[in-house]
Structure formats: structure tokens, C-alpha cells
Write a protein that binds this ligand. Sequence first.
Ligand code: SF4
Length: 257
Amino acid sequence: MGEGRGVGYDPVKLAEGLKGVVCRGLERKYYRFRGGRWYGGIATADCVGCNLRCVFCWGWQVRDNPAKAGFWCTPDEVAGKLAGIARRRGYTQVRISGNEPTLCREHLLAVLDRLEGSGLAFILETNGILIGHDPSYARDLSKYDFVHVRVSLKGASPEEFARLTGARPEAFELQLKALENLLDYGVSAHPAVMLSFSEPSSVERLKERLGEIDPKLVEEFEEEYVFLYPHVVKQLKKAGVWPRVAYNPDSIPQELI
Ligand code: SF4
């Protein structure tokens, strides 16, 4: 199931260890730059390294080989490539995705510094663990009014989170705390929730909890489902976990794109 997926690992500690592998001064490792149809057209930089071990992860091959995967990029290179793809394709949005963008904090903030004033919107796709752990991360992000954060919750309850990620169940609370910290600092954010494996009752309970943080989080609740790429199917079978709802990559509903 991948390096580091011990039972009940602490994703904050895992992040600390990974920094030495995928962050180097202001540089970070990436493995791909691309354009794409998501969000109606967005330029994407795919980074290397993540502090979770989700069974449905489509980037697990890179995630589990952070030392070997990818190449080093400076903030100038990342911002330049993203802006270049967006300009050539007529996109107004850019993002860092692939694995977990928040691992190298100084690098991420330096990329945002370079994109400031470009007229591009930046979507930060994150599991939220580090933003939930440290409110000052949300404070730092609040300096950039062109940033929107999509916090991707792994399941709808601590139990589902633990089953899907192998991490300690308490860490689910950090994902919710991330949303709270972001809203406290006035950062635009919404939850995207992996529901492929969820019980309807846990989804209801999660919506209640999100509503207690801010009713806006329930209105903007985004449903996420597993896409059955062959390399994802392989991982699910290996883990003995199968989704209640999932989509084939060639028939993804328009509303999920
Ligand atoms: S948080 Fe995202 S990148 Fe990390 S393991 Fe889960 S799905 Fe993969």
C-alpha cells in the first residue's frame, strides 16, 4: 500500500520527514506541467510528495517514490510555466496539484508572490492537514486575494478517513480545522469530500459539523468520487477496498469536471 502507510501514522510527522526529500531552500520537486479541462480550463503544476496515503490516490506512483521522482523547480520556474500555459491556452486559472502542495511552505508562498498581479486565479488543492495544524499557514495565505483553497476531505468521518488513508483517525479533525482557520483569516475556501466510500449517515453528520463552522461550507460542499484509472484499481484491489460509487475515466459526468 505504499511506503509510510503504517497503521495510524501521524501525517504531520510524515510531512516533517518528507520536507527533507521534496523541499530544498525555495525549490520543490515537480513531475509534470500541463493544461487541462478541469475547472473549465486550468494550467497545472504536479508536485512530488504527500503526507497522506489514500487508497484511491491517482498520484501514488510518484507519492511513494519521492526521492526518485521528478525534478527540482524554483518558484520563478513554476510561476513562469503556469503563466505560460495559461497564456497560450487562454486560461484564467492555475493550480498546484498531483501530490500535496502545502509541504514546502516557503516555496508555495514564493510561487504566490511571483503570480501576484498576473491576473490569474490560483486554486490551492490540499488535504488541509498542515493548515489545520498551524493557523499561521492560513494567515500567510490570506495575503493573496487571488487564492482559493479547495480542502479535499478524505471521507466523511474520522473512521472513514482512517480506513481510506491509514492515518490516525484524529487527523481528520485537522482537515476540518483547516477550513475553520482559512475562514477565520478571510481566505476563500470550500470542502471537496471523497464520498465514494461513505455511509449516508456519516455524510449527514459531516454536513452538520461543517454547518457549525460556517453554513457557507454546506452550500459549497463539493462531492468527489473515485475515477477508476487502471493504476488506481490496482491499489484498491490490493487494499481490499471497493467504492460504493465511482466513475470510469472516459465517462466522467460533466458536473464533476
Ligand atoms: S491527499 Fe491526495 S495526493 Fe495525498 S495520498 Fe491522498 S489523494 Fe494522494
